[in-house]
Design a protein around this ligand. Structure first.
Ligand SMILES: Nc1ncnc2c1ncn2[C@@H]1O[C@H](COP(=O)(O)OP(=O)(O)O)[C@@H](O)[C@H]1O
Ligand SMILES: [Mg+2]
Length: 257
């Protein structure tokens, strides 16, 4: 079972987009997918056709609630949605850190350290799912750290204009610390995201990025990507000449997914 966490401490870089496209793509290949939405904005849950009042993720993490009780089937047009189970988020998840502090004593007794909670809970998913896709909030809090500790693979969508090379190095240093201390097997990929290839400045930034890091093929900034979310229709369903579909196909091929 591969656990793929999509992470960046910045917002609006295309994390949720990546999760949606990846989960749908893998589901369409016939794999059984578990999607976990750890962002209290719940955008991924909404795009997967699920809206709930109160997420049970904190209770599930601390072991008060079973997996079957937090899972909701994804809902949408297309058979591939039937392959996707979702653990949805809600606004109330914003209090996850506080809830974890309140149950700290209990966590220590039953599950060990809180950054390992998600990894521990996912052990019972082995055999049920081939891939777990985890969306994360845009800050380095408990949710993101848990998702990094649990991951076999981390995808980092990055907008070229957002980061100085230094900024990205700093983020990568943090990820490296988690790798060294908690998760030696974790692999990273930096994915240039929402790229405007016609702008010279962005081309230049991509070249600079490529000199300092191993980067994947880019995902361009395309209006059709936004349509994909608003129509809740993944890009693989668009025509063979669709740029969005081709960008993602190249990326998944490069990542051997
Ligand atoms: N490649 C892209 N081209 C055009 N719009 C995009 C692309 N990727 C994401 N978007 C749009 O940009 C906004 C932010 O993307 P989102 O995936 O929600 O970012 P994050 O989860 O990192 O905050 C959304 O409105 C999304 O539809
Ligand atoms: Mg998001």
């Amino acid at each position: 079972m591969q656990i793929i966490t999509v992470a960046n401490n910045k917002g609006g870089v295309g994390k949720t987009m990546q999760c949606y496209q990846l989960a749908c793509y893998l589901a369409n290949k016939g794999h059984k997918i578990l999607v976990i939405d750890l962002d209290s904005q719940a955008n991924l849950s909404t795009t997967m056709g699920v809206q709930i009042q109160r997420s049970l993720i904190p209770e599930w993490l601390i072991g008060d609630v079973a997996l079957e009780d937090v899972i909701v089937p994804a809902d949408g047009k297309g058979d591939f949605y039937q392959q996707i189970d979702l653990i949805p988020a809600s606004r109330h998840l914003a209090n996850l850190s506080k809830l974890l502090i309140l149950s700290e004593g209990e966590i220590r007794k039953t599950a060990g350290r809180k950054e390992r909670l998600l990894r521990g809970r996912l052990k019972e998913c082995v055999g049920k799912y081939e891939y777990v896709v985890v969306d994360t909030p845009p800050m380095l809090g408990d949710e993101l750290i848990m998702a990094l500790v649990a991951a076999t693979r981390v995808l980092i969508p990055t907008q070229a204009q957002d980061y100085s090379i230094d900024g990205l190095e700093e983020l990568m240093d943090t990820f490296e610390i988690i790798k060294e201390t908690e998760n030696p097997g974790m692999e990273f990929s930096i994915i240039p995201s929402m790229v405007n290839t016609r702008r010279n400045i962005e081309k230049q930034r991509m070249e600079e990025l490529a000199q300092s890091f191993n980067i994947t093929p880019p995902i361009r900034n395309l209006v059709q990507m936004q349509e994909s979310i608003s129509l809740r229709k993944p890009v693989f369903k668009f025509g063979k000449r669709s740029k969005s579909r081709n960008d993602y196909n190249e990326l998944w091929e490069f990542l051997q997914l």
